[in-house]
Design a protein around this ligand. Structure first.
Ligand code: ARG
Length: 482
């Protein structure tokens, strides 16, 4: 190992030194704090080391650095890896970002080989590579959580195929649906989110390294080799684009925004369902909080926070889009601002999916059993479905089947509902003679039609709420999710 010698990084390492020989005065403390990113981008350290090792391996294979340099770099990086993991690595604000911190430490540890690592590379292609590598892993973790969320919903749905609640439009009672059917609507939403994630992963998983600062490099780099080593599916084909665009981060955040919007809708329903005025469900105590003043309170804070946290992800999407807009080619320091919103988006969407899946489907024990999921108050749901004339459409459909044009049937039923409201009764509670007063075609078989189960069973169309359809959907999802 050669003796480490002073270079600009060592210089920077000593507070109040200028960047390089070009500079005649050091950066002010305020500027240092304002421009540095190490406090947050140190999170990229694993990706930064992996990217550097792949670059060094390629430089050696191409004869740009020697085998001893490569061995020194590998040895130094192994030590840095364990220092960071063990919490003994000293992150220095003076070294601005994760890249310079790691490179300076490498040079301290292994000398000249450390100073050769940056050959044919710039922090511009380095940071774009790091963020993509980091995000790729987070995408895979997020995909697994999206699957868990869907499994939790399918699990609860499977137990409530015959449990009926009012389906709403305009939040007014519309038609009876099963609780399973209602939950499976969210499974559809999350499965589309998962499709979006799979699709965007391909575009994240492309290699910027080799673009160098912006124009490519004069060294005979083998970009394919680096891409293979790092598991990239493709290579960014234009160096200016490679270092400058952050559309992949925007795409992920856009995906995350839709996930959070879907979560937020579900969270809102949970809050409403748990309210005493609905009383459709209960949540386990472990997901509720009390009030410091009102002893009777049990609040669905987790659901409320999930709903609220959608706001910050929407905000991050706006932030990232605005950050990109109007940037001239190629790299601009503006792009350093991509990290905090992206990191927070990943953290928020992962935590939210995890906690919501658990609150709904329960915590999964080692043997696969679930405990602590939401409980359903079947009677309250059915009572609510009976209260709002949810089967009025069924009566109209019944009359259509007896030969009445639909518009006329609609009118007949409106009269029947008006009468039932005046009597304070459900349609199914009106005597047959009263019903026949609205249309002589009505027979005793109408009562099956007016029942909640009759209504549910009647909607036996692909995608409908009939139990036979819902069971088929549950099987489809189970086969898909494993
Ligand atoms: N910390 C910088 C970022 O996150 C790394 C790239 C800096 N490049 C530069 N030319 N200053 O974007």
């Amino acid at each position: 190992m050669s003796t480490p010698s002073l270079d600009h990084l060592d210089q920077l390492d000593k507070k109040s030194q200028a960047w390089s020989a070009l500079f005649s005065e050091p950066m002010s403390e305020l500027v240092k704090r304002y421009t540095s990113s190490v406090t947050f981008d140190k999170r990229l350290w694993r990706a930064d080391i992996a990217g550097s090792l792949a670059h060094a391996d390629m430089l050696a294979a191409q004869g740009i650095i020697g085998p001893q340099d490569l061995a020194d770099i590998q040895r130094g990086m192994a030590q840095i890896h364990s220092e960071i993991q063990g919490g003994t690595f000293e992150w220095k604000l003076d070294l601005e970002d994760v890249h310079l911190n790691i490179e300076a430490r490498l040079t301290t540890l292994v000398g000249d080989a450390g100073k050769r690592l940056h050959t044919g590379r710039s922090r511009n292609d380095q940071v774009a590579t790091d963020v993509r590598l980091w995000l790729r892993d987070e995408i895979d973790a997020t995909a697994a959580l999206l699957d868990d969320m869907q499994r939790a919903l399918v699990f609860v749905a499977a137990q409530h195929v015959e449990v009926i609640l009012p389906g709403f439009t305009h939040l007014q009672v519309a038609q009876p649906v099963s609780f399973a059917h209602h939950l499976l609507a969210y499974v559809e939403m999350f499965s589309r989110d998962a499709e979006r994630l799979t699709d965007l992963r391909k575009r994240v998983n492309r290699l910027p390294l080799g673009a160098a600062a912006l124009a490519g490099t004069s060294y005979p780099l083998d970009r394919e080799r680096v891409a293979r080593t790092l598991g990239f599916e493709g290579i960014c084909q234009n160096s200016l684009d490679a270092v400058s665009d952050r559309d992949f981060a925007i795409e992920f955040t856009s995906f995350a925004t839709l996930v959070m919007v879907h979560v937020s809708r579900l969270a809102e329903e949970i809050v409403v369902w748990m309210s005493q005025n609905f009383g459709f469900i209960n949540l386990s105590d472990r997901y509720c909080t009390g009030s410091s003043i009102m002893p009777q309170k049990r609040n669905p804070d987790v659901a409320e926070l999930a709903r609220g946290k959608s706001g910050r992800v929407v905000g991050h999407l706006m932030g990232l889009i605005t950050l990109m807009k109007g940037q001239p080619l190629a790299y601009n320091k503006d792009n350093q601002e991509d990290k905090e919103p992206l990191f927070d988006t990943v953290d928020t969407v992962k935590d939210t999916l995890r906690i919501m899946a658990e609150m709904i489907g329960g915590e999964i024990a080692a043997d696969g059993s679930r405990t602590g999921g939401l409980t359903v108050k079947k009677e309250a749901m059915e009572r609510a479905a009976l209260r709002g004339y949810a089967t009025a459409t069924d009566l109209a459909d019944y009359l259509v089947k007896k030969g009445l044009p639909f518009r006329d049937a609609h009118e007949v039923v409106a009269h029947a509902v008006k009468t039932a409201i005046a009597l304070g009764q459900d349609l199914s509670e009106l005597p047959l003679a009263t019903l026949q007063g609205f249309d002589a075609r009505i027979g005793a078989d109408v009562f099956e039609v007016l029942s909640l189960t009759g209504s549910l069973n009647a909607r036996n169309v692909l995608g409908g709420t009939a139990p036979v359809q819902v069971r088929a959907q549950i099987e489809r999802h189970r086969a898909r999710l494993g």
